[in-house]
Design a protein around this ligand. Structure first.
Ligand code: DGL
Length: 282
C-alpha cells in the first residue's frame, strides 16, 4: 500500500456526522490548516457495535486517510477513540509508518475536568461502546484518582439526532430517561461530560432536565485547543501538515445526504464526495 510522504491535510474521522461538531471547533482555532473529514455513514452508528468491528472499521478509515495523504489523523469519535485508538497506535502504526500519528478525543476532554467540578463527582454520557469500555473512567482516574465517576449509556440519542428529531417532542422521553438515571445514581454530580460527538445537538433538551447546578462539558473546544498545543509541541508534525485553508469532506454513503446533514451539524452546507472504505479495493 502506497502512503505518500509529502505533507498533507489533517484527517478527521467519525463514524458519521458527529465529528463535524469537533471539526467546527478545530477549524475555528486552526483555520489555516487543510483537513479531510471522513464520515463512515454507510456503516454508522458504531455505538453499539463490538470491539472487533469498531476496531476494524476505524483501522480501515485511518488507513484510507493515510492513503489520501494525511500524516496526522484525529479520531473525532468517542466510540472509535475508546475501542480502537490504543490498538491502532500500538499494533498498526509501527508497521504502516512510525512517523504518522493517530490521536483520540477522550484524553483531551478530561485533562482539565478537576477545575470544572466542585463536588468532585462527575457523570459521563456516551454510547454503549464508550461507556462499556470504561475509557473515560480510566483516563480520569489516571489524572484525578479522587474524582468519583458515574457513566450512563444513551443508545437512543444518536438515532434521535440522526433522524432530525432532536428538538421535537419525541426526544424528551429518552433525554429525561438517561439523565434521571445518572443523576439518581449519584446525586452529587455537578458536571456532565457529553462523551459523544453527536450530543451537542441535544443541548436545549438536556438543559431542560438537569438542575441548574449541573454544568455540561462540550468536548469540541478542549479537543481543538489540545490539537493546537500538540502541533506547537511537535514542529516536526506541524511541518507535515499543509496550510491552504482547504477542507475536503468524504462520506462512505450518499454525498447529497451528507451535504444536507452538514447544515445541521456544521451550520453550513458543504459539498461532499463519496469514498470507498474497502481497503482491499483502494
Ligand atoms: N460519534 C460517535 C461518538 O462520539 C457516536 C455515533 C455512533 O454511534 O456511531 O461516540
Amino acid at each position: 500500500m502506497h502512503l505518500p510522504k509529502t505533507p498533507g491535510p489533517i484527517g478527521i474521522f467519525d463514524s458519521g456526522y458527529g465529528g463535524l461538531t469537533i471539526y467546527g471547533k478545530i477549524k475555528e482555532i486552526l483555520p489555516q490548516y487543510d483537513f479531510i473529514y471522513l464520515g463512515d455513514n454507510a456503516r454508522s452508528p458504531y455505538g453499539s457495535r463490538s470491539f472487533d468491528v469498531v476496531y476494524e472499521f476505524t483501522r480501515q478509515a485511518v488507513l484510507r486517510l493515510f492513503v489520501e495523504g494525511c500524516r496526522l489523523v484525529i479520531l473525532a469519535c468517542n466510540t472509535a477513540s475508546a475501542k480502537a485508538l490504543r490498538t491502532i497506535q500500538q499494533k498498526d502504526l509501527p508497521g504502516w509508518d512510525p512517523e504518522r500519528r493517530v490521536l483520540g478525543i477522550i484524553r483531551p476532554t478530561v485533562e482539565s475536568v478537576d477545575r470544572l467540578t466542585q463536588t468532585k463527582h462527575i457523570g459521563i454520557l456516551g454510547t454503549e461502546g464508550t461507556v462499556s469500555s470504561g475509557s473515560y473512567t480510566i483516563e480520569i482516574h489516571k489524572l484525578f484518582p479522587e474524582i468519583s465517576v458515574a457513566s450512563q449509556a444513551c443508545p437512543m440519542w444518536v438515532p434521535i439526532i440522526e433522524n432530525n428529531e432532536y428538538s421535537g417532542g419525541g426526544a424528551d422521553y429518552f433525554v429525561k430517561k438517561y439523565l434521571d438515571k445518572i443523576l439518581k445514581e449519584d446525586a452529587l454530580i455537578d458536571l456532565l461530560i457529553l462523551g459523544c460527538t453527536h450530543y451537542p445537538l441535544l443541548i436545549n433538551k438536556i438543559k431542560e432536565y438537569i438542575p441548574e447546578r449541573v454544568k455540561l462539558l462540550f468536548q469540541g473546544e478542549y479537543v481543538a485547543e489540545s490539537l493546537a498545543d500538540y502541533l506547537k509541541r511537535h514542529p516536526e508534525m506541524d511541518e507535515k501538515c499543509t496550510k491552504n485553508s482547504n477542507t475536503r469532506f468524504y462520506t462512505s454513503e450518499s454525498p447529497d445526504k451528507f451535504a444536507e446533514m452538514t447544515s445541521i451539524f456544521l451550520k453550513e452546507q458543504v459539498k461532499a464526495e463519496h469514498i470507498n472504505m474497502d481497503i482491499y479495493n483502494f
